[in-house]
Design a protein around this ligand. Structure first.
Ligand SMILES: Nc1ncnc2c1ncn2[C@@H]1O[C@H](COP(=O)(O)OP(=O)(O)O)[C@@H](O)[C@H]1O
Ligand SMILES: Cc1ncc(COP(=O)(O)O)c(N)n1
Length: 275
């Protein structure tokens, strides 16, 4: 059967953990065909982002036009956009619709700490992209930035998600591991806020790992893939968290790189197959 098509609009990560690499491998694992528009080339490894080359906005627009003119998109997922002009191009050419949901992962800071979106990019997200997004998937730091709050703002994740939903899209705020959570079965709590409704927690097991580089890209791509298959937002969110958790379990024992290693994008060989 012909698979649904999902478009990733993202930057490359030379280390193969985040960005386009994470998006396309996740799409393949979840049975959607992945198209990719590249917004930036990063020289990146598990420790740092060493250089960024921004793709000119006109070339980003030309890639979008090529894909949209030829392939029936069932969903779009954005990652690192890098400049206000590229954020605006995406908002103009790829607004979310009921048949083509737009998942916006507002990539602002890499796991390694590098800034991938400055204050002007944040302002462009708020003005040009959030109003036309179906769902936005910030972590707590990104949610604070989009709301214009200080980095040490004490507002709980639940309320950040609710406040962000007032800007237009549904919100899936990814909690990540909570260092204060010392329960016997530690959990991660993501928050789903639909415009006009009370935010609700989505809890899933927490994985003890340092190899989580690319987990946000993997999660947002899995969400877009499940939406493309027709799942509701709440179901797609549960399935995306389950997929990301499974891949984090897979990569937990790996020794790759000197920093925060990649979340697994590989899958076990079928029983009996030899590499
Ligand atoms: N150690 C972990 N164990 C289980 N789930 C995790 C872990 N770290 C992140 N996640 C999950 O991965 C998804 C992506 O979240 P997160 O890593 O916070 O995104 P980002 O990379 O944007 O900070 C969320 O569902 C989050 O709960
Ligand atoms: C090109 C690119 N896109 C996205 C991220 C964020 O991913 P992470 O939060 O896991 O560092 C990244 N580091 N690089």
């Amino acid at each position: 059967m012909t698979p649904p098509v999902v478009l990733s609009v993202a930057g490359t990560d030379s280390g193969g953990a985040a960005g386009t690499a994470a998006d396309l491998t996740t799409f393949a694992a979840l049975a959607v065909h992945g198209a990719c528009v590249v917004t930036a080339v990063t020289a990146q490894d598990t420790t740092a982002v060493h250089a960024v080359h921004a793709v000119p906005p006109a070339v980003v627009a030309a890639q979008v036009d090529a894909v949209v003119g030829d392939l029936p998109l069932a969903a779009v997922k954005t990652g690192m956009l890098g400049s206000p002009a590229v954020v605006e191009v995406v908002g103009e050419l790829l607004p979310g619709t009921p048949t083509r949901p737009l998942v916006v992962d507002p990539v602002l800071v890499a796991t390694s700490g590098a800034v991938l979106g400055d204050a002007a990019v944040v302002a462009a997200y708020v003005d040009a992209l959030l109003p036309v997004a179906t769902v936005v998937t910030p972590n707590v730091d990104e949610a604070r930035a989009l709301l214009g709050r200080a980095a040490d703002d004490p507002t709980p994740a639940r309320d950040l998600a609710g406040d962000l939903a007032l800007l237009g899209p549904a919100v899936l705020l990814t909690g990540g591991p909570d260092p204060r959570d010392d329960a016997p079965d530690p959990c991660c709590t993501d928050w789903l806020a639909l415009p006009g409704a009370e935010p609700r927690p989505l809890r899933h097991p927490r994985v003890a790992t340092r190899n989580d580089h690319g987990s946000g890209c993997t999660y947002a791509s899995a969400l877009a893939a499940h939406l493309a298959h027709g799942a509701s937002l709440a179901t797609a969110a549960d399935r995306a968290a389950a997929y990301t958790t499974r891949q984090l379990v897979r990569s937990a024992p790996w020794r790759l790189g000197r920093g925060r290693g990649p979340v697994a994008h590989v899958h076990p060989l079928p029983t009996g197959a030899t590499p």
